[in-house]
Every structure is written in structure tokens, then in C-alpha cells.
Design a protein around this ligand. Structure first.
Ligand code: NAG
Length: 313
């Protein structure tokens, strides 16, 4: 009896050499233990983990299924003022400076050196690729139609690269002529409907005079349903240096492109701003704005307007 009790206590293993001990740990032929466990013990552990992970996977899948029930791939759940991006669209410009220099908004090149301005024209080529081959990204382009000013915004409208003339790829976007084109694009906001400045008697005081004149000269009321665009030099010196500007193909984003509802193949309308004769060798600060009643201009928040610098050597 006393002997049996003593057996329950731990007995130190027989003294073995290091290598011998390790060998026995790998495979103990006496007890048939592999790495310190018998086959049955290993089997139970394996079974336990199989069941455990199946349980985890099942739980994860169930959660994902519930989550996917609540979202729609086409329509954002949080829209307009409920969403993080809000309902005040931003304005963007292309070409953008290299990614290594994200803070920079400077477009600087030498017009007589093709290697030098190639970066900018290639950036534009990349950006406009999808406009030249609509549907090359989504695989769909069949639903894109030529819209005209009578169309309400329920179609996917064609953006015609042939209208870009001096701002086309074939013309090197006029970079070699010291007359660069900068493309402007209004950021997409799902379901956003512009409230147009289409009444020439109630234009805001801060709107540039040349834009007011342009709106007054636009006699077709349907063509006035446009998100207008203006670009100006920021400081008096910039105003002097910026030279004449043309907006190609027209001075804004036509109303039939709105609202954006994530239809297959949708392309944002573009305005190419053609700086015909900017003063060379000086840096010009430029601010472009989009104009609609529901576009507020906020430089700090980068809404409704965009700032960049141009320098042509
Ligand atoms: C002018 O714009 C307003 C707001 O966007 C719109 O409701 C109205 O129909 C437009 N007027 C014309 C003549 O198209």
C-alpha cells in the first residue's frame, strides 16, 4: 500500500545524454510516444482543432453573410450630407505632379525639350485612355450614348475626345507650344444634382466678370444648365502673367452628366483649360472654381475649387 502511494509521485527520469534524450523525445519506442504524445493523444488534439477552426470559420462566414445583406454594390449606403465625402464636390486637375511629391501642385516643364515635358503628356495619355476607349475598364461601353442638351441626366453620356482640338494627345496637349492644357474634373458624388446658375439676372457678385458675360451670352436656356468653370490668377501679378484662357470644349460640365448614379461605363465630364500664352520663366498661381448654387468654395477643405502652379520655361 505504502509503496503504491509513493509511485504516484513524480519520479525523475533516468539520466540520459543530451542527444539520447532528444532521440527519445522524438520517438519513444517503449511508450510509443511521438514528440511526447501517443497516436491517440495526437488524434484527439487534431480532432479538437479541426472542430474548433470549423466553428470559427462558420461564425465568420455567418457574420459576412449578415453584413453583405446590408450593402448594395452599386448604391452607397451613406449618401450626400450623411456621407463622409459630403455633398460639396471637389475639383481636381490633371496632369498631377509625380507621386513622390504628393504635396506639390506645381506643373513645371521646358517647352523646347520633349524629354522634359513627356512626363506631363504621358500622365494625360494615361488619364484620358479610358475616354478614348470607353468601356476598356469596366468592359462595358455599349450603353454610352451621345447626349444633347435636352437630355435629362438618366443616360451614360459620351465624352468626345475629338472635341479637344488643341488639347488632344495628337497635339501633345500643346505643351510644346508653351501653351499647356490642364484638364479639370468634378469629383463624383452619388446622386448629387447641381443647382445651376442659369438665370443671368441673379449671378453672385464674386463670380468673375468674364464668366458672367459668358453666361449672359449663352442664349439657349438649356445650355445654361451647366456647372460653370472659371480659372484665374490668384495675385495681381498672376492675373497679369496668366494670359488668355480657353475652355475646351465648353465652359463647364453640362447638366446631362448629372446626377452620377454609378451606371456602367460612366465617364466624368472634363473641361480642358488651355493656357494660350502664359508668361514663360515665372511661376503662376492659378485657382479654378466650379460654379453652381450648391457648390461652396473652400480652399482649406479642397471643395469646389482647385489650386495649382504653372511654370513654363
Ligand atoms: C435652372 O436651374 C434650376 C435649378 O437647377 C432648375 O430647377 C431649372 O429648371 C433651370 N431652368 C431652366 C430654364 O432650365
Amino acid at each position: 500500500m505504502a509503496e503504491k502511494k509513493a509511485e504516484q509521485f513524480y519520479t525523475p527520469p533516468p539520466k540520459l545524454g543530451k542527444w539520447e534524450g532528444f532521440r527519445i523525445f522524438i520517438w519513444n519506442s517503449e511508450t510509443h510516444q511521438f514528440l511526447g504524445r501517443t497516436g491517440a493523444s495526437w488524434g484527439k488534439i487534431l480532432l479538437f482543432y479541426v472542430i474548433f477552426y470549423c466553428g470559427l470559420i462558420g461564425f465568420f462566414v455567418a457574420m459576412m453573410v449578415v453584413f453583405y445583406q446590408t450593402i448594395d454594390m452599386k448604391i452607397p449606403k451613406w449618401q450626400q450630407d450623411k456621407s463622409v465625402i459630403g455633398n460639396n464636390p471637389g475639383l481636381g486637375f490633371r496632369p498631377m505632379p509625380p507621386e513622390s511629391n504628393v504635396e506639390s501642385t506645381l506643373i513645371w516643364y521646358r517647352a523646347n525639350d520633349e524629354q522634359n515635358y513627356k512626363y506631363w503628356t504621358e500622365e494625360l495619355d494615361k488619364f484620358l485612355e479610358v475616354y478614348k476607349h470607353p468601356g476598356s475598364v469596366s468592359g462595358e461601353g455599349k450603353n454610352i450614348v451621345d447626349c444633347d442638351k435636352t437630355d435629362p441626366g438618366d443616360k451614360v453620356c459620351y465624352v468626345d475626345p475629338k472635341e479637344w482640338s488643341y488639347c488632344s494627345s495628337e497635339n501633345h496637349y500643346s505643351y510644346h507650344r508653351s501653351a499647356p492644357c490642364i484638364f479639370l474634373k468634378l469629383n463624383k458624388i452619388y446622386g448629387w444634382v447641381p443647382e445651376y446658375y442659369n438665370d443671368s439676372d441673379s449671378l453672385p457678385g464674386k463670380m468673375p466678370k468674364d464668366l458672367k458675360d459668358h453666361i449672359k451670352d449663352t442664349t439657349d436656356p438649356r445650355e445654361r444648365n451647366t456647372v460653370w468653370v472659371s480659372c484665374e490668377g490668384e495675385n495681381p501679378a498672376d492675373v497679369e502673367n496668366i494670359g488668355p484662357i480657353q475652355y475646351i470644349p465648353r465652359r463647364g460640365f453640362p447638366g446631362y452628366f448629372f446626377p452620377f448614379t454609378n451606371k456602367e461605363g460612366y465617364l466624368s465630364p472634363l473641361v480642358a483649360v488651355w493656357f494660350e500664352r502664359p508668361k514663360t520663366g515665372v511661376l503662376i498661381n492659378i485657382e479654378c472654381k466650379a460654379w453652381a448654387h450648391n457648390v461652396r468654395h473652400d480652399r482649406a477643405e479642397r471643395r469646389g475649387s482647385v489650386h495649382f502652379e504653372l511654370m513654363v520655361d
